[in-house]
Design a protein around this ligand. Structure first.
Ligand SMILES: [Zn+2]
Length: 209
């Protein structure tokens, strides 16, 4: 009769074993329902420590290294996933903070600051569909009506989106400021409006007097 390759429990008619893992090195290795559910708990990040202790208790008796390697991998996955998640969160927080503090101007310098590095021209585009734009163009009075308000909102949103992307690009270049910012609109046909934000990414530092 076959038995669980981890805890050694014998399989019965009602409780056949299930495959240990998806790797070729584990082919033919079966585990019992108890061990399976404990592995599942670890995979779902539940009582990882307690379940790890359960498996480690059987380690001295397990001869097949592939089994121990696989279980160790399953056990370490949740903490690795957590660490990676934490890392991503920290990076996102840092980025948000930097973007919030990034100095931007349509001019070419900042009073009291000195540009230490030019990191290049950056530009971003956001295209917005203007389904009703044609209709507005056809009826001049609408330009001052409700539809022009909706159009204004849409353009404002895309302007903000283009600007946010520009900040992101500056951040990726290691800049802490953007100078010479310019916003432009382009029509693509008569249903798409492109908002283009551009500028020069720079590194600046406070001047000491
Ligand atoms: Zn078992």
């Amino acid at each position: 009769m076959k038995e669980c390759c981890i805890c050694g429990k014998k399989f019965g008619m009602m409780s056949p074993g299930v495959a240990l893992g998806p790797y070729a090195s584990l082919d033919g290795l079966l585990i019992c329902a108890d061990c399976q559910s404990k592995l599942q708990e670890i995979r779902h990040n539940r009582d990882v420590e307690g379940n790890a202790a359960y498996f480690h208790g059987f380690f001295p008796a397990i001869q097949n290294e592939a089994i121990k390697t696989y279980i160790t991998k399953v056990i370490s996955a949740p903490s690795e996933a957590n660490a990676a998640k934490q890392q991503r969160q920290t990076e996102a927080d840092e980025r948000r903070e930097c973007l919030k503090n990034m100095l931007t101007t349509s001019g070419f310098n900042y009073e009291g600051w000195r540009i230490t590095e030019y990191l290049g021209f950056i530009s971003s585009e956001v295209a917005v569909g203007m389904g009703f734009f044609k209709a507005i163009a056809a009826s001049f009075s609408d330009v001052f009506g409700i539809e022009s308000e909706a159009l204004g909102d849409k353009l404002l949103n895309s302007k903000q989106a283009a600007f946010d992307r520009l900040l992101g690009q500056a951040y990726d270049k290691g800049a802490n400021a953007i100078i010479g910012i310019d916003l432009d609109y382009t029509m693509f046909g008569d249903t798409l409006v492109g908002v283009i934000a551009s500028g020069t990414a720079v590194k600046i530092e406070k001047q000491s007097f």
